[in-house]
Design a protein around this ligand. Structure first.
Ligand code: SDX
Length: 436
């Protein structure tokens, strides 16, 4: 790490000895104050629930500038990757730190493609779920369940195991998500086909049936691939931090990624795309564009507990660059499908316009995030709302793996074990039950 020549000095008004804390600079972004020796020297903890001012790790993978609305994967702006690369190139970049050349891409694609089938036993595991189970409940089970099938890649401290587990997870997530979907609609599972692209294979496993072939539409395949790219990684968000903390105990990679799936499901995080579309459909039922004013009033009323789903972000205090790209994809897909007049898209655009001009949202720097438009695109593509977050998990798997591997490969890493500010009962004596 790059030490700054500036130090932080901590002094106490009660005359306790002050303490110098080193500061480290990143290649870009905020410096950090190194507090690793704070408790040892002062007997005090820092307090930062929600980690608004805490850097949990030293990473080289993804950088976000929330004020500029900038997102870089290994230094490359998301806008360039979304246009100039495909998802598997982005996976290679996130995992290895550089974009692949032609032969590296061919080899990586072949490796992933040859790991898209899942063990036949997994379908019996899947069949144990209710048909109306939420796909994220199924995915949490299936991904964790992979550690019951792939015993030769469960040792997280073995680089070869990590490599194989990464390829298996990236290769098999589309198959598992498509199986969860087919199971929910009572259709037979469709096996992957090795002559299709990653996104094309996923679309075919989703929509083909044994009765008729499904030829993926290039515009929809490209749109799905872009959705994967936009969701691939995002610094130390809640699910990535969950994967790092879970993996820090040395558990197997499948269990750590399953923890990420479980965390992503929440409506404040990856579940927001499902919640955002449900919100738009509810406003549409209320009366659509004419009723936006009434809905916005509810959002501003703290007692209503209604949030504008798909808006706001812990880091972005400007427009989420992914939302801009997702909105473009929205228009491309809807015009390709002849759905330019989709009332839900019109409603979303009207809602966005009002929110971007309304003092309540402007003062709180609430802009659309990646989840605001992604649901509209997926709905237009025939993806059921309940599957949106599972697709987010599919795409984010490579980011979780890259972040987990970065942590495990850091010789300084330790098991994560935060402390607390305790305000409970001090020590007291248990009295016999007849005296309580
Ligand atoms: C993702 O972290 C990541 O990187 C996540 C992610 C990724 O790729 O991994 O980007 C993916 O999770 C995107 C976020 C998706 N979630 C949503 O769209 C759900 C709606 N958004 C909110 O729940 C909220 O904005 C969060 C959770 C995203 C961020 O919350 P913060 O940073 O804790 O902000 P906050 O709750 O302190 O809000 C600040 C103020 C509050 O009002 P006041 O108390 O100041 O009066 O803004 C208000 C909040 O009530 N506010 C909202 C709002 N989001 C925040 N008011 C209405 N609608 C909203 N969406």
């Amino acid at each position: 790490m790059n030490p700054s020549d500036v130090k932080a000095t901590l002094s106490f008004s009660d005359g306790s000895p002050s303490m110098d804390l080193p500061i480290f600079k990143g290649s870009v972004g905020p410096d950090v104050i190194d507090i690793r020796k704070l408790y040892g020297q002062t007997g005090k903890f820092t307090y930062d629930p929600g980690f608004l001012s805490t850097a949990s790790c030293n990473s080289k993978i993804t950088y976000i500038d929330g004020d500029k609305g900038e997102l870089l994967y290994r230094g490359y702006p998301i806008e360039q990757l979304a246009v100039g690369c495909d998802y598997l190139e982005t996976c290679y970049l996130l995992l290895k730190g550089e974009l692949p050349n032609v032969s590296q891409k061919e080899e990586f694609t072949k490796l992933v493609t040859n790991h898209t089938m899942v063990n036949e036993q997994m379908q019996f595991f899947l069949r144990g779920f209710r048909r109306d189970a939420h796909p994220m409940a199924i995915m949490t089970g299936l991904v964790g369940g992979m550690s019951a099938f792939y015993h030769d890649s469960t040792d997280i401290n073995n680089p070869e195991h990590r490599e194989i587990a990464a390829i298996r997870l990236i290769g098999k997530m589309p198959t598992l998500v498509a199986m969860a979907y087919k199971y929910s609609v009572g259709q037979p599972f469709i096996y992957p086909k090795n002559d299709l692209s990653y996104a094309g294979n996923f679309m075919r496993m989703m929509f083909a049936t044994p009765c008729e072939e499904y030829v993926p539409n290039d515009v929809l395949v490209r749109a799905m691939d872009r959705i994967f790219i936009l969701h691939a990684d995002h610094e130390q968000n809640a699910s990535t931090s969950t994967v790092r903390l879970c993996g820090s105990s040395g558990t197997n990679p499948f269990a750590a990624i399953a923890a990420g799936v479980a965390c992503l499901w929440g409506p404040a995080h990856g579940g927001a795309n499902e919640a955002a579309l449900t919100m738009l459909e509810d406003v549409q039922k209320m009366g659509g564009v004419e009723k936006i004013g009434e809905f916005i009033k509810q959002v501003k009323d703290k007692n209503s507990n209604v949030k504008l789903m798909g808006f706001g972000h812990r880091v972005y205090k400007n427009y989420d660059p992914r939302a801009k790209l997702m909105r473009e994809t929205c228009h491309e897909v809807l015009s390709a499908l002849g759905q330019n007049n989709d009332p839900i898209l019109k409603l979303a655009m009207a809602l966005e316009k009002i929110a971007l001009e309304d003092e309540y949202f402007v003062s709180r720097k609430l802009y659309p995030n990646v989840d605001f438009y992604s649901g509209i695109v997926q709905r237009a593509m025939g993806i059921p709302v309940s599957l949106f977050t599972a697709i987010f998990a599919l795409a984010r798997t490579v980011g979780w793996i890259a972040q987990l591997n970065e942590m495990i490969s850091d010789p300084e890493y330790k098991i994560g074990r935060p402390r607390q500010l305790f305000n409970g009962a001090a020590a007291r004596t248990v009295r016999p039950i007849n005296e309580r």
